[in-house]
Design a protein around this ligand. Structure first.
Ligand code: NDP
Length: 375
C-alpha cells in the first residue's frame, strides 16, 4: 500500500466520520469586554447530579468552555458543597436540589438537561426520575448495572420524549472518530485482531478498611464497570461490529482491597467474521492501548482513553494526534446541539445498552470461565 493511497483513504475516512464537517457548527462565540464567553440565547441549561471528582474537575470546567450549554443547576447530597458551587458558577438558590427534592426540577425552566455523575448503581434510578420530570438525560458510563436496567432507562426516556446520551467522551474525540471511520473504510484490509487495554495501578497506599464506592459491589464497583467499558466500547467501535461471543477471566491480586469486585478482568470478544478482540482492564496495572491488526498492516492509538494527548500511528509510518481543546466541552456541545436541533445524539442510550449486554456476558463468563453468547 502506498503512503499516498493511505492518506487519501484516511481523508475519506475523516470526511465519513464528520471530522471537519462538524467544525462550521462551532461558530466563534462572542466574548464580552472582560474576555468571558457570552451565553447564547438558546444555550441548554444543565444540572450536574453528584458533585464528585469528575463533575468538579472535568464537567464543570467543560460547561464553562462549551458554546451550546451551560451549568444552570446542581443536585447534591452534600450541603457543605453548595455555597462554593453557587459562588463559583453563579447558581441561584432556586436551581439547587438535594436527591430528596430533585423531582421538583420538573417545574424549573432554567434546566433542560440533567447530567448524572454519581456512583454507578444510582444511574438508573436517577435517570428514571429525570426523564419523568421531562428533562433530557446525560448519564455517565457505565450506563447501568446491567442491560435490563439500561433498557429501562432507554424506555423511560423514549416514553417521556427526552433524549438519553451516555458519557462516552471518546466517541466525540477526533482521533477516535478517525479510527471509527477506518472500521468502515478498512484502509489496511479486514481487521483480524484488536487489542484494547485500559487500566491503572491504584490503591497500593490505601487503608483496606476504607472502601470507596468503586470497590464495593453494591455500588457497581470493580475495574470492569469503571475502566473495562473503555476497552469494550473501543473494541466495538474499532471493529465497527457487535461481538457474538465472549469469554472472560477475573483476577484479584489484592483480596484485602477487592472483596466481591474484580481488580482485573481479561476478556476476549469474538466477531461473526472470526476476528477477535483481546481486552483487559485493571485497577492494578497501567494499560492504555488500542490496536487493530489488519490484513495489510496495523494501526493503534496509545494512549487511547486519556482526557487529551491521544496519539495514533500506523504500520506504514503515519502518525496522527489531532488536538481537541476540551473533550468534555466537545461532548456536551454535541449533545446540546442534538437537543436544540431535535436530531439523534451521537452516543444514544442504546449504545450503552449494547455495552451492558456484553458486560453481562463478561461477568457470567468470569464466574465459570465458559464462553457466553452475547444476546
Ligand atoms: P466520585 O466518587 O468522585 O463522585 C461521585 C459523587 O456522587 C459524590 O461526590 C456524591 O456527590 C455523589 N453520590 C451520591 N450518592 C453517593 C454515594 N452513596 N456514595 C458516594 N457518592 C455519592 O466519583 P466520580 O466523579 O469519579 O465518578 C462518578 C461517575 O462518573 C461514575 O459513574 C464514573 O464511572 C463516571 N466517570 C466518568 C469519567 C469519564 O471519563 N467519562 C471519568 C470519571 C468518572 P454529592 O456529594 O454532591 O452528592
Amino acid at each position: 500500500m502506498t503512503l499516498e493511497f493511505t492518506r487519501r483513504q484516511l481523508l475519506a475516512a475523516m470526511a465519513g466520520a464528520g471530522i471537519g464537517a462538524s467544525l462550521p457548527l462551532r461558530a466563534e462565540s462572542a466574548m464580552d469586554n472582560n474576555g468571558k464567553r457570552t451565553r447564547r440565547k438558546d444555550s441548554v441549561g444543565v444540572a450536574l447530579v453528584g458533585l464528585g471528582g469528575y463533575a468538579t474537575h472535568q464537567l464543570a470546567p467543560g460547561l464553562q468552555l462549551a458554546e451550546h450549554c451551560h451549568l444552570a443547576g446542581i443536585v447534591t447530597g452534600s450541603p457543605h458543597k453548595i455555597p462554593a458551587w453557587q459562588e463559583k458558577h453563579g447558581i441561584p438558590d432556586r436551581n439547587v436540589y438535594s436527591y430528596d427534592d430533585f423531582d421538583r426540577i420538573a417545574d424549573n425552566p432554567d434546566i433542560q438537561a440533567v447530567y448524572i455523575v454519581t456512583p454507578n448503581d444510582l444511574h438508573m434510578p436517577l435517570t428514571l426520575r429525570a426523564a419523568n420530570a421531562g428533562k433530557h438525560v446525560w448519564c455517565e458510563k457505565p450506563m447501568a448495572m446491567d442491560a435490563a436496567e439500561g433498557q429501562k432507562m432507554v424506555d423511560a426516556c423514549r416514553r417521556n420524549k427526552v433524549q438519553l446520551t451516555i458519557g462516552y467522551r471518546l466517541q466525540h474525540e477526533p482521533n477516535t472518530r478517525r479510527l471509527m471511520a477506518m472500521a468502515r473504510e478498512q484502509p489496511y484490509g479486514r481487521i483480524l485482531k484488536i487489542r484494547a487495554d485500559a487500566g491503572f495501578n491504584a490503591y497500593d497506599d490505601v487503608d483496606p478498611a476504607h472502601k470507596p464506592w468503586r470497590r464495593l459491589p453494591q455500588h457497581g464497583g470493580g475495574a470492569m464497570y469503571d475502566m473495562g467499558v473503555y476497552s469494550l466500547n473501543a473494541a466495538r467501535y474499532t471493529k465497527g461490529q457487535e461481538p457474538v461471543a465472549v469469554t472472560a477471566r477475573q483476577e484479584v491480586r489484592r483480596p484485602q482491597l477487592f472483596d466481591g469486585v474484580d481488580e482485573t478482568m481479561r476478556f476476549t470478544l469474538e466477531f461473526a467474521d472470526g476476528s477477535v478482540a483481546e481486552c483487559a482492564t485493571s485497577f492494578g496495572e497501567d494499560m492504555n492501548t488500542l490496536r487493530a491488526d489488519c490484513e495489510r498492516g496495523w494501526y493503534e492509538l496509545s494512549p487511547f482513553q486519556t482526557y487529551d494527548g491521544l496519539k495514533g500511528r500506523t504500520s506504514d509510518g503515519q502518525t496522527f494526534a489531532d488536538a481537541v481543546p476540551h473533550q468534555q466541552a466537545r461532548q456536551m456541545d454535541d449533545d446540546a446541539l442534538a437537543i436544540l436541533r431535535g436530531t439523534a445524539p451521537l452516543v444514544p442510550g442504546e449504545e450503552g445498552v449494547r455495552d451492558m449486554r456484553v458486560v453481562d456476558a463478561i461477568y457470567a463468563s468470569a464466574r465459570d470461565g465458559g464462553q457466553r453468547i452475547v444476546l
